[in-house]
Every structure is written in C-alpha cells, then in structure tokens.
Design a protein around this ligand. Structure first.
Ligand code: ADP
Length: 453
C-alpha cells in the first residue's frame, strides 16, 4: 500500500491526508465542482474531480469515486466518516476492484448499519440493550400496540437504517403510536432506502457515553477508553470529552469490556465506536456501533497519545500491530472537543453559509489542536455539513481543559459568516457543564442562558 485515495472532503479529508503523509503514503483527494479550490485538494498529492457540487452527484457516487481511484493508481481507499463510509456495497466494490478498503469487512458494516440487527448482535455478546421491540415493516403492524405498552411511554420509534439523528421520533402516548410508526417508515424508506422501524424505551435525561475500539480482524480487539458526548442539538453531538465527567470506575471498566466483547465477537477490523446510553441511575445500554473513524476521535488521541487514523492505515497496510496491547494504552489528563459550525444557534441552529472573510483559529500549541477543512478566503456552501472546524483542548484535569477551551474559543476569529462559537463558549462556561451535570437535554434545559436571545 503506497497511495491512498480519500473518499471525503473537509476536515476529515485533511486529517487522513496528514495521517498518510506521516506514514510516507501518497494521498489522493477527490472533489466536487464546489470544492475545486478546497483545502483538502491543496494538501493532497493529487486530486481528481468526481462530479457536480451536490453530494448525491459526487461524494456519494460510488462509481465516480472508484473511477478516480483507478485513474490515480491508488491502491487503497479511506472513506473518512459520513458519505460512503458506512456503505457496505461501496466497501465491497472497493475490494472487488482489487483495492484495499480501510475499514471493517462489508458484512460487519452491513450488520451494524442495521440498528435492530446490531441490537441482537450486541445482546448476543452479553451487552445490555435498551428495552425495545422487533422490527415493524409497512403494512404489518400486528402486535404494535402490545409492544408499545410492554415498553411503556414515552418511547422512541427508530428507523433501523437511521443515522445522523434522522429517523427517530418520540411518542408520548399509545394513541399516537401507529401514526408515528407509519410516518417514520415512510421517511426512512425515502431517506435510507429501508423502511424497517423498531421501538425503544425513551430514556429520560440520558448521557451518551461511547467506547473507542480497535479490532485486528482476528477476534482480538482493544479499547481506548470512553468519550462522553451528551451535549447535543437535534440528536447530534456538539461538545465531546474524555474521560466522562460522570461515570463510576466500575461503569467505565464494564462498558469498555462490553465494547471489546462485541468487537471481538464480530472479529472487528479497524477503528470503531460502541455507543451506549446511560440513564440517571447509572445503568447503561448499547445504542449502536459506528463502523468508522468518529468525528470526535481527537479527544481520545489527545489523552492517549495514540494516532487512530495512523492505526487504521497501518492495519490496512499489513503492519505488525502486536505491540498494541491493552496494557500499553494509557490515558493522561482530560480533553474536550467543540464542533465549530457555520450555523446560527439563535435561529434554531440554521446553517449560515457564506464567505470566510476572516478565519483565524487559535494557534495549535500547548494542548490546543485545531482540525479544519477551511481557510480564510474560502466560502462555506450549503451543499455539505456546516461543521468548519473542531477545536480540541487538553489539560491536566477537566477544569484545566475547560479553561484552555474557553481561552481558545475566545481567540478564535471568524468573520463573514455566523458561527456557533459564542454559543459554545456559553456551554463550556456554564456552571452545570463545569459541574459535569451533562445530559442530552442540556441545550434545551439551559437554552435561556445559552442563546443570545
Ligand atoms: P444516530 O445513528 O442517528 O446518531 P443514535 O441511536 O446513535 O442515532 O442516537 C443518537 C442520539 O439520540 C443519542 O445520543 C441520544 O441523544 C438520542 N437517543 C437515542 N436513543 C435514545 C433513547 N432510547 N432514549 C433517549 N434518547 C435516545
């Protein structure tokens, strides 16, 4: 493996390009018409166009990406996250084309991409799962009312193929169940091409805690501790940290062992994340497994000193990774990541594309890391996810990491577009955040204090 095509854009494409260069690998970028001048294109060794600006006509078109891989002479494909990263057909097509797929086996991607199937696999590996139902397909709602009353209300209707917080609806009473199930099936069919849904108990004021795992593909896997990602808007994470400010030592050990058990059972290959939801009593349940590198992986890299993208590349290249034993993976200090978005929190987090007249992140030094896919002068378009940067702060303890993060957010200068930077400052400075009183309804609970009004 000498040349890697990165089937992505933005900060993660830049991150993977850096990982390739660190290992002496050439990096090939692909770009849509909107991205011809983008940072990831400039940083790659070569770059090929794959179609018009809309992702559906470029970054999501497997044939175009494969054609670019062939034309460039790349011998491997790294998908990043999003776009084709969890598309098992694409993973198979890459392998069928004689290229190395930098990710788990297609069967693993398919199994975990179906949340209801993933729940069964997790259950089989001994993980606790959220009380829930089997799947319901359109036209066959037999047993639905019974399943609803057995789980109890409120509950969530979830699309089996859902992702990115889409395809999840809360139901507060039995009368609304059938209609919500049908509406979610309908939406899931259109959005994901799979209309299966299932029911899951709605956990009140939960925390989202996840374990970073790395599998060697042979039934052996290690973990890199947990990340807490409870600060969310619209079921999507905006602030992540490690260690979790709230879990007991017993929980953290139990969760990590459970995640490794699942990865081992699946003979998992590469980097993955096992997500859990934790209730107010501290009981936790398997939520889903993401079969790719995660947006928030840098906090784990900061506290462990490990290079997760580098490990993905080295495993794919066939390097001997036997020295990566569990007891060699250690964590030090506390790291927090804030996702900087081109969006307006005061307008219900509406994306705010436009020209980056000024873009000056804080200097990356002394426990501050900035992962970004944009530069001053670039234009943020409405075609893609509006995340423009990830700001990561690492300190000796949580209070120190918070202090560093606040100073870094203060120093971050963006002009020309509206960003969520002031909002992020208010989140991280909030007494409840400082106290570690985080849960997925944090933004809603404290919105009066968090929004400028
Ligand atoms: P997606 O794949 O769309 O990201 P997840 O299953 O990972 O969906 O859930 C995303 C978020 O939705 C969780 O972090 C949590 O905030 C919320 N959530 C998911 N399941 C539940 C549940 N059973 N009860 C309460 N909140 C939930």
């Amino acid at each position: 493996m000498k040349k890697v095509l990165i089937a992505n854009r933005g900060e993660i494409a830049c991150r993977v390009i850096r990982g390739c260069h660190d290992l002496g690998l050439a990096a090939v970028a692909v770009y849509s018409a909107a991205d011809a001048e983008a940072k990831h294109v400039a940083e790659a060794d070569e770059a090929l166009p794959i179609g018009p600006a809309p992702a559906k006509e470029s970054y999501l078109v497997a044939e175009n990406v494969l054609a670019a891989a062939r034309a460039s002479g790349a011998d491997a494909v790294h998908p990043g996250y999003g776009f084709l990263a969890e598309n098992d057909d694409f993973a198979s097509a890459v392998s069928d084309a004689g290229l190395i797929w930098i990710g788990p086996r297609p069967e693993t991607i398919a199994a975990m991409g179906d949340k209801e199937r993933a729940r069964q696999l997790a259950h089989g590996a001994g993980l606790p799962i959220v009380p829930g139902s089997a799947r319901f397909l359109p036209g066959d709602l037999a047993g639905l009312a019974e399943a609803g009353s057995e789980i109890g209300y409120p509950l969530l209707v979830k699309a089996s193929a859902g992702g990115g917080g889409i395809g999840m609806r809360r139901v507060d009473d039995a009368a609304a169940l059938a209609d919500t199930v049908e509406a979610t099936q309908n939406l899931a069919g259109k959005a994901f091409g799979n209309d299966a849904v299932y029911l899951e108990k709605y956990i009140e004021r939960p925390r989202h805690v996840e374990i970073q795992v790395f599998g060697f593909g042979d039934g052996h896997a290690v973990h890199f501790f947990e990340r807490e990602c409870s600060i969310q808007r619209r079921f999507q994470k905006i602030v992540e940290e490690t260690p979790s400010p709230s879990i007991s030592e017993a929980t953290r050990v139990g969760m990590a062992e459970a995640a490794v058990a699942l990865a081992s059972q699946e003979r998992y290959r590469g980097a993955g994340t096992v997500e859990f939801i934790m209730d107010e009593a501290g009981d936790y349940y398997f939520l889903e497994m993401n079969t790719r590198i995660q947006v928030e992986h840098p906090v784990t890299e900061m506290i462990t000193g490990q290079d997760l993208v580098g490990l993905q590349l080295r495993l794919a290249r066939g390097d001997d990774l036997t020295s990566l034993a569990q007891d060699t993976i250690r964590a030090e200090g506390h790291a927090i990541e804030c996702r900087v978005y081109a969006e307006n929190p005061d307008k219900n987090f509406l994306p705010s594309p436009g020209p980056l007249e000024r873009f000056e992140p804080p200097a990356a030094a002394d426990g501050i890391r900035v992962d970004t896919g944009v530069r001053q002068g670039d234009t943020v378009t409405y075609f893609y996810d509006p995340m423009i940067a990830k700001l990561i702060a690492h300190g000796a303890d949580r209070a120190a990491a918070i202090q560093k993060m606040l100073a870094a957010l203060e120093a971050f200068r963006v002009e020309g577009i509206v960003t969520n930077i002031p909002f992020l400052r208010r989140v991280v400075a909030h007494d409840a955040f400082r106290a570690g009183a985080t849960h997925t309804g944090f933004v809603e609970q404290h919105k009066a204090a968090l929004l400028a009004g």
